[in-house]
Design a protein around this ligand. Structure first.
Ligand code: ADP
Ligand code: ZN
Length: 693
């Protein structure tokens, strides 16, 4: 710009003034790793507006880069740029993004400490409107039969009335109720006035719950043309079509996994987040946002109600109920009267040596499977570990197989040793490769082992295994649901993939093979997750048992029967569990009684990563020593991450904790702006981290 002015000063002064007055300077968040928007010249006759999507030249890139107009710049700001460039082309096919949506993108960028240009490019589908082929309405549901809604129960009616009382304005609601208590019916009813007013709504569900059954339920109520759905397995074109049918087409309800939030709807009237406690709402790469928290902010900025639904809310959400930021509406029993299942805990200590059954199976669980099968019903066993064995060990010398790329033991699958974190696998040798003597012995269990043991115990039964080795696509998953419904399966063995939200009418018995897996995770949320898993699992059994029929059975096997998560899962209410758990969190200032940001550093060279993170910690500590008030952040670490090497990347982390969120953010902001990682080192800032492994 300065160069430009010097040159222009040679021409007639009045003309230069004229030119300047007719130029506008605009700030553009470009799709590039830049902390701040860049200033460009807008020479178009119309003038661009905030929220408009444009294309701009950037650095030495030969192609134009997409950018978002976020505001105007002053001449002084423009003067900072030596080489001021012009916006090249407005992308006319995109309507300007609605103002609350632009504000929301800015919030995401500030809160998750991620460049605005990247946040924005994450938001839009890759294809523009006019590049799409003309298609009919891309309804996710083929046909639908309109159904009449049932009469609401008193509790449901109370919830619907409270939620829909004020539709113009932000309000947050927790719908607390077990699966089958009629939460979805409340969502459907709460959406009615939104649709009638011509507004749009977003319904977020965990990716795994986004089944044809769920979509049909919405389509049957409102008509297939009103429904659009977004999930990760759609092609770019399908995504684009869904996106446009929501933005300016007939669809009014977008049902999707977390990314559905990024559809910029001008008249958003309601957001629903079902199973709000689900971990899958947190994105674990790029923009590490939590969709539930992002949805709350979007609802606030859009001025509309938001409903969070769960049987076992996250403690963050429960804390918001306790401090009355959220209204809570409880559905205390199943919508359709059924006999509740019985729930028993089996103490596994000392059991192994006293029976003929495989070591992982108690006589109680064995008996319950027999009973269910004899009654022509189904059984399901959960175990959070795939494979045949956790570990293959040489009893002679103690040798075990480790992944050459990751700091983890290889898991035995059939005749192959597999790493669960990278693609590495190898075949199993006949004798120990180390001492050349010992006969290798599998230690620990996995889903494959359970399946093969059951096949011997119940030779007549049709056994199916559902884990990430078997279920790899949405089609596989839908086939499984169908096979369960049609009773083509007698015993289902699976990881927690099958514990969520499924409703199988003939499933009589549900067993958790080993509750202890997960209890001892080095994560302060381990207890919360165990509690959620056990409660969810219990919700799967005997869902349609009527008066006079034998109740469903839930059996939990554990070596820690007195663990508080187990005790609460069998004996008390969610509120009682939350109270106990919150007291522990308070003691250590863990969320929701404190805020956390994880600084994660990784590199192929161990010393590079550890030196860099060590330096960061020293810097923060010395700042803290200087100004206790401004930097009163608690530092945990730096330490090697529990999984200290994945895909040959050495991993370290440093946890920052503070009871003051603003202060914590400022410190991290400072860190990002001042401490650039050296070459070959990757720095990731994870705000409100959910995964500390
Ligand atoms: P959730 O979403 O909490 O799992 P649903 O809304 O799916 O619960 O309800 C569980 C079952 O009960 C469904 O089959 C649903 O159709 C039925 N249901 C829900 N509310 C009512 C009601 N008020 N009257 C009759 N059936 C209902
Ligand atoms: Zn590996």
């Amino acid at each position: 710009m300065r160069e430009l002015l010097i040159k222009e000063s040679a021409v007639e002064p009045d003309l230069r003034k004229f030119n300047l007055e007719h130029r506008r300077f605009v700030k553009v968040a470009v799709d590039a790793p830049l902390p701040k928007p860049l200033t460009y010249l807008d020479e178009g006759s119309e003038g661009v507006v905030r929220g408009q999507i444009v294309q701009v030249p950037l650095g030495r890139r030969s192609k134009l880069t997409r950018g978002l107009i976020v505001g105007t710049a002053t001449e002084a700001e423009a003067n900072e740029f030596k080489n001021l460039k012009s916006i090249s082309k407005e992308m006319v096919e995109w309507p300007p993004l609605p103002e609350p949506f632009v504000k929301w993108l800015e919030w995401l960028s500030q809160y998750y400490l991620y460049p605005l240009g990247f946040v924005f490019s994450n938001a839009l589908p890759r294809l523009g409107r006019f590049t799409q082929r003309k298609t009919k309405h891309p309804s996710p549901v083929r046909s639908s039969e309109r159904t009449t809604p049932p009469a609401l129960t008193t509790e449901q009616a109370k919830a619907v009335n409270a939620i829909t009382k004020v539709l113009d304005g932000f309000s947050a609601h927790l719908l607390l109720g077990i699966t089958g208590s009629g939460k979805t019916e409340v969502y459907l009813r709460a959406l009615e006035p939104i649709l009638a007013a011509g507004k749009k709504a977003i319904v977020l569900v965990p990716e795994i719950s986004l089944t044809p059954q769920l979509l049909s339920r919405f389509a049957n109520r409102f008509g297939a043309e009103k429904i659009a759905s977004l999930h990760s397995q759609l092609t770019d074109r399908e995504k684009t079509n869904m996106w446009w049918t929501m933005v300016d087409g007939p669809a009014q309800i977008l049902i999707g996994a977390r990314s559905a939030l990024f559809c910029p709807l001008a008249n958003l009237g309601m957001i629903i987040v079902d199973e709000e406690q689900e971990l899958s709402f947190k994105q674990e790469d790029h923009l590490r946002y939590h969709a539930r928290d992002a949805a709350l902010v979007l609802a606030k900025l859009s001025g509309c109600p938001i409903i969070l639904g769960s049987a076992t809310p996250s403690l963050e959400t429960w804390q918001n109920v306790l401090t009355q930021k959220f209204q809570v509406h409880e559905l205390t029993h199943r919508a359709v009267a059924v006999v509740p299942p019985t729930l028993e805990v089996v103490d596994m200590r000392g059991l192994e040596s006293t029976q003929d059954l495989p070591g992982w199976l108690s006589p109680k669980m064995h008996g319950a499977i027999e009973t269910a099968l004899a009654a022509g019903k189904q059984a399901a066993l959960f175990l959070n570990r795939r494979g045949v064995a956790n570990l293959l060990l040489c009893p002679a010398c103690g040798f075990s197989f480790e992944c050459p790329n990751c700091d983890i033991n290889l898991t035995l699958h059939h005749r192959t040793l597999v790493c669960h974190y990278c693609e590495y696998h190898q075949s199993v040798p006949g004798v120990c490769p180390d001492c050349k003597e010992g006969e290798l012995k599998p230690i620990g269990i996995g889903t494959e082992k359970i399946q093969s043991d059951l096949a011997e115990l119940f030779p007549e039964a049709r056994i199916f295994r559902a884990d990430r080795d078997e279920i790899q696509s949405r089609q596989d998953y839908e086939k499984l649901i169908e096979d369960m419904e049609k009773q083509n399966i007698d015993i289902l063995v699976g990881t927690q993939m099958i514990a969520k939200g499924l409703d199988f009418p003939h499933l009589q018995m549900v067993g958790l093979v080993l509750a202890d897996i997960g209890m001892n995770f080095p994560d302060f949320r381990a207890g919360e997750r165990m509690y959620q898993l056990m409660t969810q699992m219990a919700g799967r059994a005997g869902r349609h048992v009527k008066e006079g029929e034998p109740p469903g059975q839930v059996i939990i096997q554990t070596y820690n029967p007195t663990h508080s998560a187990v005790q609460h899962a069998i004996g008390s209410s969610y509120a009682a569990f939350a109270e106990a758990e919150l007291a522990i969190r308070q003691l250590f200032h863990y969320p929701p009684h404190g805020y956390m940001i994880a600084i994660k550093v990784q590199s192929l060279e161990k010393s590079l990563a550890s030196n860099f993170i060590g330096g960061l910690a020293r810097k923060l500590n010395s700042l803290k020593a200087k100004d206790e008030n401004k930097f009163a952040v608690e530092l945990l670490g730096p330490t090697e991450s529990p999984l200290s090497r994945i895909k040959n990347q050495y991993r370290f982390h440093l946890l920052l904790k503070d009871t003051n969120r603003q202060r914590l953010h400022k410190v991290c902001q400072w860190l990002i702006e001042n401490e650039e990682p050296p070459p070959k080192v990757k720095l990731v800032v994870d705000v409100d981290p959910m995964n500390l492994l």
